[in-house]
Design a protein around this ligand. Structure first.
Ligand code: PLP
Length: 423
């Protein structure tokens, strides 16, 4: 390890960071809360809570259409957040030249809505009978069901690439499924259940060579490491605010301008029109607003902008190393427990530990951990096909974020030890 890396570890102060998250400072079941459900949703720093409160206290109005000071302020904050997202989508490297344009940043309700938007607006106008949509066994339901719906409507066919026992994508099998019939590839960058980081840059390259359009689900990626959609060369990229230290109910669809431009609108209503007439017909406004029908989640967008700016002040390399160190400690402890079966041990995975305890149901393990103030997620994690592939009903999942500490890892392992002695 280089001297710089060592100094970065020393510089990363998870305790100082967690002090910015008031929610983490509470007792559950009489014990300090250990929050290890970050893959479901991350907590929010004071900066985000404050930005939302400030907006509602001072600047709230509807956006884009007012002719008064509050409307101007709300619009400015809303559109500034869009530029912050554009910058974030090129890894915070700044500058619009060669980067992401505001036309390419669509605000949505979250990852799910972003995928539904692409499935409907792009899918219904580009897919036909026999065309293929290539997915993987590790997709979240949000990246399966919209494609099943559009396949049923268009006659397109879904192909599913397998996952190896380690939790890695079987890239050879995936490549074998790719053909000139593949019109769309949709893949998660990071598995919410396994923590696996997929080789999406290579996937995009191969998919493009086959003539397919690629959507990357970044819901579990953006909070763990910087992403540059231009470098990835993704056609569509989606994520949710609430998994990125921002509010619920807001997310982003990035789309290549030429593709978005050629797509018909999905939802109709205010904000997305140029002119509406019964006699002369209705015309639509340009990007990005063509895909933002209705009053948007203004406070959510502003909160998301605040989350991105907050993250901009974090040494992300050091944060990632901290998360990896937490994971190593968890992995070592779990590996020493002979009644624990780990699901997902792909090299280079993010800080997610999914496992089963012999002779017990994941729900019971989760409940007994909760009684010790330790919050984990149990169940299928909205990845039922993946559960089917492993032949299991669900897993216990502990998922870590940059504000988790080594003490919390130890509390979790001690808590799990207690559960093992009960069950
Ligand atoms: N994709 C992945 C990989 C996820 O982990 C999730 C949420 O857990 C989603 C999509 C759906 O995100 P949302 O519910 O915020 O739309």
């Amino acid at each position: 390890m280089s001297a710089r890396a060592v100094s970065n570890i020393a510089a990363f102060d998870a305790l100082a960071i967690r002090r910015e998250f008031p929610i983490l400072d509470q007792a559950v079941a009489g014990k300090p809360l250990v929050y290890l459900d970050n893959a479901a949703s991350t907590q929010k720093p004071e900066a985000v809570v404050e930005a939302i409160a400030h907006y509602y206290r001072n600047d709230h109005s509807n956006v884009h259409r007012g002719a008064h000071a509050l409307a101007d302020r709300a619009t400015e904050a809303f559109e500034q957040a869009r530029m912050d997202v554009a910058n974030f989508l090129v890894g915070g490297k700044g500058g619009v030249k060669g980067g992401v344009k505001r036309e390419e940043v669509i605000f949505t309700r979250g990852t799910t809505e972003g995928i539904n938007l692409v499935a409907n607006a792009w899918g219904r106008s580009n897919l036909g009978a026999g065309d293929e949509i290539l997915l993987t066994e590790m997709e979240h339901h949000a990246n399966i069901v919209p494609w099943q719906m559009v396949a049923a409507a268009t006659g397109a066919v879904i192909r599913v690439a397998p996952v190896l026992d380690s939790g890695e994508l079987d890239l050879t099998a995936w490549t074998a499924l790719l053909s000139e019939r593949t019109r769309l590839v949709a893949m998660t960058q990071v598995s919410n259940t396994l923590g696996t980081v997929n080789p999406v840059a290579e996937v995009v390259k191969r998919a493009h060579a086959a003539g397919a359009v690629v959507l990357i689900d970044g819901a579990q990626a953006v909070n763990h490491f910087p992403v540059d959609v231009r470098e990835l060369d993704a056609d569509f990229y989606v994520f949710s605010g609430h998994k990125l230290f921002g509010p619920t109910g807001v997310g982003v669809l990035y789309g290549r301008e030429a593709l978005l431009d050629a797509m018909p609108p999905w939802q109709g209503g205010g904000e997305m029109i140029e002119r509406v007439s019964f006699s002369k017909g209705t015309t639509y406004t340009g990007l990005p607003w063509k895909f933002e029908a209705g009053t948007p989640h203004i406070a959510g967008v502003i909160g998301l902008g605040a989350a991105i700016n907050w993250l901009g002040g974090i040494d992300r390399e050091a944060a990632a190393r901290h998360e990896q160190a937490l994971l190593e400690r968890v992995d070592t402890a779990l590996a020493a427990m002979n009644d624990i079966t780990r699901i997902g041990v792909a090299p280079g995975r993010v800080a997610v530990a999914s496992f089963l305890l012999a002779g017990s149901h994941p729900t019971d393990v989760g409940m007994l951990l909760d009684q010790q103030g330790i919050a984990v997620r149990t169940g299928h994690h909205c990845t039922m096909p993946l559960m089917e592939r492993f032949g299991i009903p669900g897993t216990v999942r502990a998922s870590f974020s940059l504000y988790n500490t080594f003490d919390e890892v130890d509390r979790f392992i001690e808590g799990l030890d207690k559960v093992r002695s009960f069950l």
